[in-house]
Structure formats: structure tokens, C-alpha cells
Write a protein that binds this ligand. Structure first.
Ligand code: SAH
Length: 224
């Protein structure tokens, strides 16, 4: 067992199981995915810390617990078609790929999308598809999705994503009127027109930027 394997086991025991995540599919995915491969090389020694880490371009790989909590909220049973908005490092997409059938991950920053695609390939996941685009418009060609995970904070739930949920499907998304503070919402599609909305937690994500998200920062804009 490598040092990283030992650190990963400990991370799952203390940060994930220890904080109440009970879904065995999520726990076993967390035991498998090598987070050290997804963080920037100089932060490898921090790979199993209880925190987000920079991945370049002003973006972060989420805290392990937050990723586990969100994926548990998607209530996957295995084999589903899942969409992730905000692929970032590709770590959450790899976790989803351990559980779901096919994972479609969208990232708006080209360099991150390329990096995520290459790390995901190097880790052997053949069921993850990475698109460089504005994810607030979803991925119509592969809709409907059984589950949609939004890994950045939206001002409102993007209507296009609601429309790409399958009947019974779950959308987990941080929503808030501030660019950096949100409530984590789970939306379950009951019928064509009926959605059930639950508030799961208070969270802090980088902003979801796009047509159905926040405006891209421009020179002179006060961000905090
Ligand atoms: N899931 C990631 C964490 C990503 S942080 C991981 O496991 O590493 C949020 C990411 O969302 C950032 O990379 C940011 O560039 C991206 N993002 C923001 N708005 C987006 C949009 N409209 N479409 C796709 N990606 C977006």
C-alpha cells in the first residue's frame, strides 16, 4: 500500500464516513479515485487534506467531503446517465464514473477541460465524456439525464438543466444571490411539470458563469 492509499483510506474513514456519508457506492468510489492525480503537482502532499485546493485559472478542486455529500444527494444506484457542470480537475467526474454508466462533464475554461480530459483518460475511465462549453445550456445531444451535478454556484436554477432531467431525475445545485455563497438545492423531477425542491446545506462555491449563470468578470467589476 502506498502512502497515498493509506491517506485516502484515512480520509474516507474520518472526513467522509466520519461525517455521516453512508451510501456504500459513494464510499467505495471515494476509496478508489486517486485524488492526488487531480490536484496540481505541487499540492500532491495536500491531496487528502480536508479542504478545496487550487487547480489553476482561479478555480478549485472541491473539498472531498463536499463532493461526497453532493454525490450521495444524487442517490445513484449504478448505471445511470449523469451530467456534471463544472468539471474543473475532473475529480468529481471520476467519482461519478465509478458509480454511473456514462458521465458527461462540461467545463467552460478550455485549459481545465483539456487537463481534466487527459487526467481522466490517464486514470482509465472510458465512460467519461468531457466538453469545453458553457454548461448552463446542458448537453442536449445526450439528454435526458438521470442525475445532474452542478459544481459551481448559480444565481438561479438554470431552466435548461431542469428541462434536461429525466422523469424521477435529481439535480443538485448550489444556488444563491451572492457570487460566492449559496444554498445547496436538490430538485427532483416528479412529472413533466412538477419538481420537488429541498434545501440540503449552506455552501460556498466558485460562481457558475454563463448564459444561465453569472456574467463573466470584466475589468472594473467588484467581485467581493
Ligand atoms: N468538480 C470540480 C470542481 C470544480 S470548481 C472538481 O472535482 O475538481 C467549478 C468549476 O466550474 C470551475 O472549473 C469553473 O471553471 C467551472 N464553471 C463555471 N461556470 C461554468 C459553466 N457555465 N459551464 C461549465 N463549467 C463552469
Amino acid at each position: 500500500m502506498t502512502d497515498f492509499d493509506a491517506q485516502r483510506r484515512r480520509m474516507v474513514a474520518e472526513q467522509i464516513r466520519g461525517r455521516g456519508v453512508r451510501d456504500e457506492l459513494v464510499l467505495s468510489a471515494m476509496e478508489k479515485v486517486r485524488r492526488e492525480a487531480f490536484v496540481a503537482e505541487q499540492f500532491g502532499f495536500l491531496a487528502y487534506e480536508d479542504s478545496p485546493l487550487p487547480i489553476g485559472e482561479g478555480q478549485t478542486i472541491s473539498q472531498p467531503y463536499m463532493v461526497a455529500f453532493m454525490i450521495e444527494a444524487l442517490a445513484l444506484k449504478g448505471g445511470e446517465r449523469v451530467l456534471e457542470i463544472g468539471a474543473g480537475s475532473g475529480y468529481a467526474a471520476a467519482l461519478l464514473a465509478e458509480i454511473a454508466g456514462e458521465v458527461y462533464a462540461i467545463e467552460r475554461i478550455g485549459q481545465l477541460a483539456e487537463r481534466a480530459a487527459s487526467i481522466i483518460a490517464s486514470q482509465g475511465y472510458g465512460n467519461v465524456h468531457v466538453l469545453h462549453a458553457d454548461g448552463t445550456r446542458g448537453w442536449d445531444a445526450h439528454a435526458p439525464f438521470d442525475a445532474i451535478l452542478v459544481s459551481a454556484g448559480a444565481p438561479d436554477i438554470p431552466a435548461t438543466l431542469k428541462g434536461q432531467l429525466a422523469a424521477g431525475g435529481r439535480l443538485v445545485v448550489p444556488v444563491g444571490g451572492h457570487r460566492r455563497a449559496q444554498e445547496l438545492i436538490r430538485l427532483t423531477r416528479r412529472t413533466d411539470t412538477q419538481f420537488e425542491r429541498e434545501v440540503l446545506a449552506d455552501v460556498r462555491f466558485v460562481p457558475l458563469i454563463g448564459e444561465e449563470g453569472w456574467d463573466a468578470p470584466t475589468a472594473g467589476m467588484v467581485l467581493k
